[in-house]
Design a protein around this ligand. Structure first.
Ligand SMILES: C[S@@+](CC[C@H](N)C(=O)[O-])C[C@H]1O[C@@H](n2cnc3c(N)ncnc32)[C@H](O)[C@@H]1O
Length: 269
């Protein structure tokens, strides 16, 4: 860090329920910043941020119809970097955890640190944290695999059916253009994903379309259906697909043997 460089950046998460899920530390950073860049989308969250700081810049202005999100993310990054370079005390607030499936937040920190500025990220409550609570699925019991849905389709991944599977951004699955702002083109991607998953799970295996409540007085969306019916699901920009583990974990007898252990030694109820 170069002490002569005045500008600084803190990236915070506002959580899924803005206000209620925002940490005390994140709120203090928002209140004390000279300028706050924010990506929250609903009016309630915007009003809440406005009540904390009178200098809020809405980063969602950079999204556009038929515009690649790569360009949008670069513009967001540039806006934040420029404010820091002007010597401002900058806070950038992204919904959920600011480092989970958020490209500009990591990019901007990397760039500013490389140029000698102070830049850090604080954690927030992500959609995954909410689903652990709402669906009663503990990743520690079976393990958990978490993928961006389109990436899961486009690349060869090793699927472990005996752990929880979380597929993010299912509402834009199959979009190779990165231009979609609406979730109305997912049907082919969802059909192909279902065919892929049917190679691993029986057609009656339960899958869940999950949407955490963004306002505390509402309930989460938890739509359970058989895998075979997944292509009929109605998806939105905040839908996440969750698949519960299929079977029991199998012991790795060869490795146990190397540890001088038997299955009986390590078996838990
Ligand atoms: C760009 S990522 C942002 C994730 C966010 N940073 C977080 O920490 O949860 C958007 C994806 O997150 C998931 N997501 C966002 N809000 C959600 C919600 N309220 N309930 C369930 N999943 C959500 C969906 O998979 C959505 O497509």
């Amino acid at each position: 860090m170069d002490k002569n460089k005045k500008g600084s950046l803190v990236i915070v998460g506002t959580g899924i329920q803005v206000g209620g899920h925002t940490t005390i530390s994140a709120q203090a950073h928002i209140e004390n910043a000279g300028i706050v860049f924010a990506t929250v989308t609903d009016n309630l969250s915007k009003q809440w941020l406005d009540s904390l700081n009178s200098n809020i810049v809405d980063l969602t202005q950079y999204y556009g119809d038929n515009k690649s999100r790569i360009i949008t993310y670069q513009e967001m990054t540039d806006a934040i970097v420029n404010a820091v370079k002007k010597g401002q005390r900058v806070c950038a607030a992204f919904y959920g955890h600011p480092g989970v499936f958020v490209m500009p937040s990591h990019k901007v920190i990397e760039q500013l640190l490389a140029e000698g500025y102070q830049a850090k990220m604080e954690p927030g409550i992500s959609a995954e944290d909410c689903l652990v609570a709402d669906l009663g699925l503990d990743p520690g019991r079976t393990g958990c695999q978490s993928f961006e849905a389109t990436q899961f389709l486009f690349y060869q991944r090793k699927l472990d059916v005996n752990c929880i599977l979380i597929l993010w951004q299912i509402g834009v699955i199959g979009d190779h253009t990165l231009k979609l702002t609406k979730t109305d083109s997912y049907h082919l991607g969802l059909k192909v994903l279902t065919e892929e998953l049917l190679k691993y799970y029986p057609d009656g295996h339960e899958v869940i379309i999950y949407e955490a409540a963004t306002v505390s007085i509402f309930s989460a969306r938890v739509d359970r259906m058989a895998l075979i019916d997944l292509p009929k699901a109605e998806l939105t920009a905040i839908s996440t697909l969750v698949i519960a583990p299929l079977g029991k974990l199998e012991f790795d007898v060869a490795t146990l043997d190397k540890l001088n252990l038997t299955i009986d030694d390590v078996k838990r109820n």
